[in-house]
Design a protein around this ligand. Structure first.
Ligand code: HEM
Length: 147
């Protein structure tokens, strides 16, 4: 069961992180250059259909993996051992991702216009960096990079 969850976790990671890298490295620069809100919105609305389920699968499978590695929830935020530290980093990254997503939805997207694309870029870029950090922290469980 652990390996099944790990499979879905990795599948979700390819979609979440891969999609954001495509958005930040190719779609966003073109939209900023051409001041084309529609191009960006079209990608976002197509990507959302698979990106949001992928994030939900990440969270569910990630919580399952964490619970299997460390069944005592009170130890998750202790920072006392490498596994609890890495789980805490994942949850902190998730919190930052949510804060940026909520801010974009409530404050930036309603006012989006060709002249007002930069604030959205300031959200897309950090969310992409966070998505890569998710992978880095994830790989650290087995590689020990952050131990
Ligand atoms: C978009 C969000 C996320 C991405 C892109 C992501 C990515 C990854 C990657 C690439 C791995 C390495 C898997 C391997 O060992 O081969 C991993 C492992 C792991 N992730 Fe995530 N992760 C995300 C969210 C979460 C969340 C929210 C949690 C739970 C708090 C979590 C918990 C774990 C755990 C416990 C492992 C270790 C699995 C193992 O090595 O056996 N992840 N993650």
């Amino acid at each position: 069961m652990y390996n099944v969850a790990l499979f879905f976790h990795l599948l979700g990671a390819t979609i979440w992180t891969g999609g954001h890298l495509i958005l930040a490295c190719t779609i966003l620069p073109k939209a900023l250059r051409d001041k084309d809100v529609n191009f960006l919105s079209q990608f976002e609305s197509c990507y959302e259909k698979i990106g949001i389920p992928a994030l939900i699968i990440q969270i569910a499978s990630g919580l399952y993996l964490s619970f299997t590695l460390l069944p005592d929830l009170s130890q998750w935020f202790e920072f006392s051992n490498p596994v609890s530290r890495l789980i805490s980093y994942k949850i902190i990254l998730l919190g930052c991702t949510f804060l940026l997503a909520i801010d974009a939805r409530l404050r930036i997207i309603p006012k989006l216009s060709p002249k007002n694309l930069n604030p959205l870029a300031y959200h897309i870029i950090p969310v992409t960096v966070l998505s890569v950090l998710f992978v880095f922290v994830g790989v650290s469980f087995q590689s020990g990079w952050l131990y």
